[in-house]
Design a protein around this ligand. Structure first.
Ligand code: GN1
Ligand code: MG
Length: 352
């Protein structure tokens, strides 16, 4: 354990003395820890070191999360739910801010939610259906949120912005890695126009922007012990963006028979049963507010977000692994290959 962690924890507005502090989860961006309190048998808080290379304005990001969670809490309470379990609870630092800057890093704390389960893949269709419900409900509860949100990640799922980054990376090619991945680069290039065409519908407002999560992989939902979707977590990427990004990113995660970074491409396929289960759950909550055009593009959104993820992983490999945490030298390349296999399978299965 890093020596300074107990001291960081004590600078937040909590009672008691921190006990064991242990790393948690597999996030690609932030570092996350469980914080147990002395004299208690279970962890009580989640501490995160936010990645300030990626999140350039952490105070604004935390203000977005504060506004969104306070709206969610009032809607959850009004519906007779439990606001301390059905959304995250930010713990302020002793100075009242929802982040702590220790001179070097930014830290944030939330309440730990006990008696929950989390998954890296859906074990059955019931879990996929619940995942869809969870994200649909999250969007529905935020459908009347009308405060401004800061765009803390400009261009996040904007494919034109990504193409700009991509072209610069390929031109720079700092480690001369591009030559060895020409076929994968070709997979990106040959789909460029249809992706840009879809994005035009977002730019011109044909597809509306709402308040959405933007990182809806399965590990970002907590399930209760009966496998009902309970709480959407990791709200760093809450932004004004189309619902389709959330749907597409979920399918990328829930409907993959392999792992996101599977080195065995034979294991990676799109599982149409999981797609249908997620879709049913999602529509049962989001059906009331989705427009016709949003429904029409649900299948395409799975292709769009998976394509974007191929581009981002491959671009990071070419850049020399500067964005995502990696566990070994070719990790980003393996991720890009696996996501490309999934992309091809989505095209085949959904006819998009
Ligand atoms: C990152 O760190 P994590 O797992 O929350 C990334 C997502 C990617 C995801 C790939 C801010 O999310 O966009 O889809 O990795 N978040 C950011 O698994 O870039
Ligand atoms: Mg995230």
């Amino acid at each position: 354990m890093e020596k300074r962690l107990p001291n960081i924890v004590e600078r937040f507005n909590i009672d008691g003395t921190p006990g064991n502090i242990a790393p948690l989860g597999e996030g690609f961006i932030n570092d996350t820890f469980f914080v147990a309190m002395e004299g208690e048998s279970r962890p009580r808080y989640i501490l995160q070191r936010k990645n300030s290379n990626i999140f350039k304005d952490i105070p604004a990001m935390m203000e977005n999360i504060r506004k969104v969670t306070s709206h969610l809490k009032s809607r959850i309470a009004a519906a007779g739910g439990d606001p301390s379990r059905e959304t995250i609870t930010l713990i302020p630092a002793r100075d009242g801010k929802f982040y702590l800057h220790d001179g070097e890093d930014y830290w944030c704390m939330t309440l730990f939610i006990p008696d929950t389960l989390s998954y890296t893949y859906p074990e059955n269709e019931g879990i996929a259906e619940q995942g869809g419900r969870g994200i649909g409900r999250f969007q529905a509860l935020l459908s009347d949120f009308d405060e401004p949100l800061t765009d803390t990640l400009p261009g996040f799922h904007n494919i034109r912005f990504r193409f700009g980054q991509w072209d610069r990376s390929l031109a720079l090619d700092p480690l001369n890695r591009a030559a060895s991945v020409r076929p994968l680069i070709g997979e990106i290039e040959k789909r460029r126009d249809e992706m840009a065409e879809f994005f035009t519908l977002i730019e011109n407002g044909t597809i509306p922007k709402r308040v959405t999560h933007n990182d809806t992989k399965i590990s970002n939902i907590l399930f209760d012990t009966e496998n009902r979707a309970l709480c959407v977590i990791d709200l760093d990427t809450v932004l004004n963006a189309p619902c389709l990004y959330d749907f597409g990113d979920s399918i990328r995660s829930y409907a993959n028979t392999g792992m996101e970074d599977d080195s065995d491409l034979d294991r990676v396929e799109m599982d149409i049963r999981m797609y249908k289960a997620y879709l049913n759950g999602y529509l049962s909550e989001a059906g009331s507010f989705l427009t016709g055009i949003e429904r029409e593009y649900l299948p395409f959104s799975a292709k769009y977000i998976t394509y974007e993820q191929v581009l981002r992983f491959l671009m990071d490999y070419i850049d020399g692994d500067t964005y995502y945490k990696t566990k070994y030298r070719e990790h980003n390349l393996v991720r890009a290959r696996a996501q490309c296999k999934l992309l091809q399978s989505i095209e085949k299965n959904l006819g998009v």
